[in-house]
Design a protein around this ligand. Structure first.
Ligand code: NDP
Length: 464
């Protein structure tokens, strides 16, 4: 099925960059091969003096995988996009250059800022409203600002150029399928919603732990760290979806209103020595790979005290969640890969006398990418019928047929901001973590250490 994109031109600023080559173009290719970017013109731009052939080479390389798998109509579509693509050299931070390019392109145009964040910000500051044709969509990458104040400033700049619903703040972590899987699970099952509150849930953990180390990304990561890179953005968004009130529809307005309501009620409370912790990896080994000490990695400035593992306890001050800790943790160079939300239910009020074995609290685990569901329940074990045993019910949830950035681009091209972080939510996510970042930079909390390939510092059993 071919669907016409409401955006006529996708302008990617940062054509030679990593994001463009590794994620954006392959995401677009898969989308286009499925006939879901009909009529789109692709334009690349960068500060390099590339020839049209160099750009085409980049596009063709990124499209190759999808081209190999596409049906005849998909192949034709990819070939059409490649044939019609252009490259423009420009310095987006020089007043007038981006505006002049926008004038030449067929609108509506979606401008994807695949640029270093300071460059994107400067580019938006030098654009004037008159240079931005009606219907233009601005697509901003993370990190969106570096504090509540800077996120607000950036929001003010952007809404001076286009309306809020034409601003897409990308959070590629939450694909559409994942968001809808969480909503489907929570709101399409009568048995779950009545227990989804402080009376029955003891804690909620949202965990993203990866076995990848720095992988040459010091330039970005050493200035960010785990709290800014992952928790401030992705994990708070997942937390909010786990905690929202039932929306009337899954439209962007209802859903993003509900997310913002949760975030506004959320905070990390002092003393931060009990509600946060941070650590940095030292040398170790992961699946037979030797991982060097973080501070020995090229481009790392040890005196920045950048954490590669961070954990915070967020509280949501509303009727449903009062007193339930939401523990958000993200780490690099960990021994086990985990990307999941774990809901731990309260113990039963009374276990009939006579049962033996372990009565462990029920846990529901929602895995992200691939989306899975695991429900740990206590059942009567084999053999001795009085002895309790643990059983796990497993399900695999539906996956998207697009790559994560294909989903992002589909939202942009069809004008659906559902997957985009709304301006107020972006500011609130910084408001939640800013006090912790300040306390860490004042040295109020030790930076602990863990060997790469382990589950974190030895002193971190359990959660705060
Ligand atoms: P890179 O440093 O690889 O690429 C940046 C691009 O910006 C280059 O193509 C560069 O072009 C261009 N550029 C820089 N200055 C200018 C300018 N004044 N005018 C025009 N073009 C300019 O960055 P990434 O691709 O890694 O990241 C881009 C954004 O995406 C960042 O915000 C990042 O945080 C975000 N992101 C990146 C991810 C990744 O995996 N890479 C993942 C998630 C988000 P030239 O070389 O020609 O100057």
């Amino acid at each position: 099925m071919t669907s016409q994109s409401s955006v006529k031109t996708l302008l990617i600023l940062g054509a030679s960059g990593d994001l463009t080559g590794r994620l954006l173009l392959p995401g677009l290719a898969r989308l286009a091969a499925k006939g879901r970017a009909g009529g789109l013109k692709l334009v690349g731009a960068g500060s390099d003096p590339w020839t049209p052939e160099q750009w085409l080479e980049r596009v063709s390389t990124s499209f190759a995988d999808s081209l190999g798998q596409a049906d005849p109509a998909g192949k034709l579509e990819l070939e059409r996009i490649a044939r019609s693509t252009d490259y423009h050299q420009l310095d987006v931070t020089a007043g007038g250059e981006l505006g002049a390019l926008l004038k030449q392109l067929e609108g509506p145009v979606a401008v994807y800022f695949a640029l270093p964040p300071q460059v994107s910000q400067k580019a938006c500051e030098v654009l004037t409203p008159e240079e931005v044709p009606p219907g233009t969509r601005l697509v901003m990458e993370k990190p969106f600002g570096s504090s509540e104040a800077t996120a607000r400033e950036l929001n003010n700049t952007l809404v001076g150029l286009v309306p809020e619903d034409h601003i897409h703040r990308v959070d590629h972590f939450l694909g559409k399928a994942t968001v809808l899987n969480i909503l489907g699970l929570r709101f399409a099952n009568t048995f779950l919603e009545p227990v989804w509150n402080r009376n029955y849930i003891e804690k909620v953990e949202v965990i993203f732990e990866e076995d990848l180390a720095l992988e040459g990304r010091a330039r970005y990561y050493d200035g960010a760290g785990a709290l800014r890179d992952m928790i401030q953005s992705h994990l708070l968004q997942i937390m909010a979806l786990m905690a929202i009130e039932p929306p009337a529809t899954v439209g962007e307005r209802d859903l993003r209103d509900a997310v913002s309501t949760v975030l506004r009620a959320s905070s990390i409370k002092p003393p931060f020595s009990t509600t946060s912790r941070r650590a940095r990896y030292t040398a170790g080994s992961i699946s037979g790979r030797d991982i060097p000490d973080y501070v020995q990695e090229q481009g790392v400035d040890a005196s920045r005290n950048t954490e590669t593992l961070a954990e915070v306890r967020v509280e949501i001050d509303n009727w449903r969640w009062q007193g339930v800790p939401f523990i958000l943790r993200s780490g690099k160079a960990m021994g086990i890969k985990r990307k999941e939300a774990v809901i731990t239910f309260r113990p039963v009020p009374h276990l009939p006398a006579g049962f033996t074995g372990v009565d462990s609290p029920n846990q529901l685990r929602i895995g992200f990418g691939p989306d899975t569901l695991q429900f740990d329940v206590d059942v009567n074990g084999p053999g001795n019928i009085l002895s309790l045993d643990r059983a796990t019910l497993n399900a695999v949830l539906s996956a998207s047929d697009l790559l994560p950035y294909g989903e992002v681009l589909e939202g942009v091209l069809t004008g659906d901001p559902l997957l985009s972080v709304r301006g107020d939510a972006a500011e609130d996510c910084w408001r939640i973590v800013d006090p912790v970042l300040r306390s860490w930079s004042n040295g109020e909390l030790p930076l602990e250490e863990y060997d790469a390939g382990t589950t974190g510092p030895a002193s971190w059993p359990g959660s705060p």
